[in-house]
Ligand binder design. Structure first.
Ligand code: HEC
Ligand code: HEC
Length: 477
């Protein structure tokens, strides 16, 4: 009965290495141009893991003198299971494209940190086609909004849901055994599994569990709303406060978060009862479409119902609704104000919309903006560990013509260097173990090398400039 929606789990530790040979007729010398495309070589991880487990719920969650819709109903120990090492592993998996068959897609392809892990497109590009629905944000799923997943709530458990893409051969295109082999061959996964689990056994269960830890650690408790709620909203502007009240009257009948959805909202008791039977599901006045019936796709008689998405970080997750039809929050508010259609379910919204005036619209938007946690999208602990300025770039590296004589040398040698533009070049001398013994700057086309500090043996001399580099062997007697 459950619909199989499949987020595609995909991962990359690949270094593509293209070499193009160019033959220079004029000088009759062969020069080689290399193009390195460097992807995701190694994740860049801190020595000590980030403090994923250090999650403190704002005090208004346990303070029932302030009306915020969370009061007393949220279990503030619900995230105590999160560990730093499992989350670190989950972070690497989330961003690693080598998990995917073609090594070209990861969770982060459709779930972007700057969009609170949604994507700023109506539909995302999957392996072979666009996704059926708009990508969803992943913030606050560990403690709120977590009794059903996907827009149609077809999966009730995060572990079961995230396990899907790993199992579904069609969607991922890679069997779990292949992924395990690929991961075992990297320098970093065995180590990450040892840290997280005490041994380096790589299993599907562990992969899924660490993704659950990573995603569950994503909370937005640094928002202006949370800080203001802790101080009885004294830091809100009048407009934000008016927006909060409007939201409580018109929107919180449905958009109340916490685990007991509908229980602590200010809606009337009769409708709350219905909401309790169908937690987190509703229709908000969008017309029911035959091509996407929401819950109706898997549950008879439930056409046009969708998961109630969180309002936390909502300003970051445009476009909006299950099909990404609205570009901005203004469009969303205009819709609730004027454009709702009547369906069997949307009795919590007046038949002709809320008819907000322009002050009310601005106030609602101002309030929604206070739910943004600005630190969330720049926090390194949720960022791409494979991304560094040197990764994902094409560098064309040209060879420099070099000659050294005499070679072998006994006391000194002359290095002839092709350097027509008289650029400053760097010289580096390495021993057979790859240890750097000597470095110097060179201008001009000749460099005299002396034996000082070099015992008999074979050395590598590397000469480099901007986008050029060559190496030559030198034997010292
Ligand atoms: C090709 C794009 C794509 C990829 C890759 C992808 N997702 Fe998603 N994800 C989506 C879309 C689209 C939805 C909403 C689908 C729906 O409701 O029909 C979604 C929904 C989710 C949800 C449900 C959120 C909620 O509030 O119910 C979670 C959790 C999630 N994805 C996690 C992941 C993880 C973890 C990975 C990597 C293993 C992943 N996704 C890979 C596009 C993607
Ligand atoms: C009758 C219940 C209900 C009421 C009342 C309601 N909403 Fe919604 N809201 C929903 C549902 C259900 C969705 C998801 C609908 C979909 O995608 O098809 C939604 C979606 C949204 C979204 C888009 C979220 C996203 O991630 O794309 C925003 C923003 C929103 N509502 C804001 C509001 C505001 C502001 C109000 C008050 C003016 C309000 N809602 C009143 C049920 C409701």
């Amino acid at each position: 009965m459950l619909k199989k929606l499949t987020p595609i789990l995909l991962i990359s530790a690949s270094v593509l290495f293209f070499i193009s040979m160019a033959y220079d007729e004029e000088s009759k010398t062969q020069s080689r141009n290399f193009i390195f495309t460097i992807f995701n070589d190694q994740p860049d991880l801190p020595e000590e893991p980030f403090a994923y487990s250090d999650i403190t719920f704002p005090s208004h969650f346990s303070n029932d003198t302030i009306e915020t819709g969370y009061d007393g109903e949220t279990d503030t120990t619900i995230l105590d299971f999160v560990t730093d090492d499992k989350s670190t592993l989950g972070r690497v998996l989330f961003y690693d494209k080598t998990l995917s068959a073609m090594e070209n897609i990861s969770c982060a392809s459709c779930h972007k940190q700057e969009n609170s892990f949604a994507e700023n497109k109506a539909f995302s590009e999957g392996i072979s086609s666009l996704t059926k629905r708009n990508s969803m944000s992943l913030n606050d799923l560990g403690w709120s909004n977590n009794v059903g997943f996907f827009w149609d709530m077809s999966f009730g458990d995060m572990t079961e849901m995230i396990g899907l893409p790993l199992k579904d051969e069609n969607e991922v295109g890679a069997v779990i055994e292949d992924v395990v082999v690929k991961m075992s061959m990297t320098d970093y996964y065995p180590d990450l599994f040892i840290k997280a689990y005490g041994d380096y056994e790589i299993t599907e269960e562990r992969i899924v569990e660490s993704l659950v830890h990573f995603i569950s650690s994503m909370v937005t408790f640094e928002s202006k709303f949370d800080k203001a709620a802790d101080s009885n909203f004294s830091t809100f502007t009048q407009q934000e406060f008016d927006g909060l009240q409007l939201f409580q009257q018109s929107c919180a009948t449905c958009h109340v978060e916490g685990n007991l959805f509908g229980m602590n909202g200010p809606g009337n008791p009769t409708s709350n009862q219905i909401v309790m039977e169908l937690p987190f599901l509703f229709n908000n006045g969008l017309e029911v479409e035959p091509i996407d019936k929401g819950v109706g796709d898997w549950l008879e008689g439930m056409d046009g119902l969708y998961k109630l998405p969180t309002m936390r970080n909502i300003a970051l997750t445009a476009p909006y609704m299950h099909d990404g039809r609205f570009e901005t929050l203004d469009d969303v508010i205009d819709f609730y104000s004027e454009d709702v259609v009547e369906t069997d379910w949307n009795f919590l919204i007046p038949a002709d919309g809320f008819n907000f005036n322009s002050y009310e619209k601005d106030a609602l938007k101002a309030f929604l903006m206070t739910l943004t946690d600005e630190s969330f999208i720049v926090d390194e602990k949720w960022s791409d560990p494979f991304e560094s300025p040197v990764n994902n770039t094409n560098i064309e590296i040209q060879e420099i013509s070099l000659a050294v004589s005499p070679n072998p040398m006994s006391t000194s040698a002359i290095i002839d260097i092709q350097n027509p533009s008289n650029e400053t070049l760097q010289l580096k001398v390495y021993n057979e173990l790859g240890q750097l013994l000597k470095s110097d700057n060179i201008r001009g086309e000749r460099y005299e090398m002396d034996k000082i500090g070099l015992i008999p043996g074979v050395y590598s001399i590397q000469i480099s400039g901007i986008n050029k580099m060559s190496t030559i062997k030198l034997i010292v007697q």
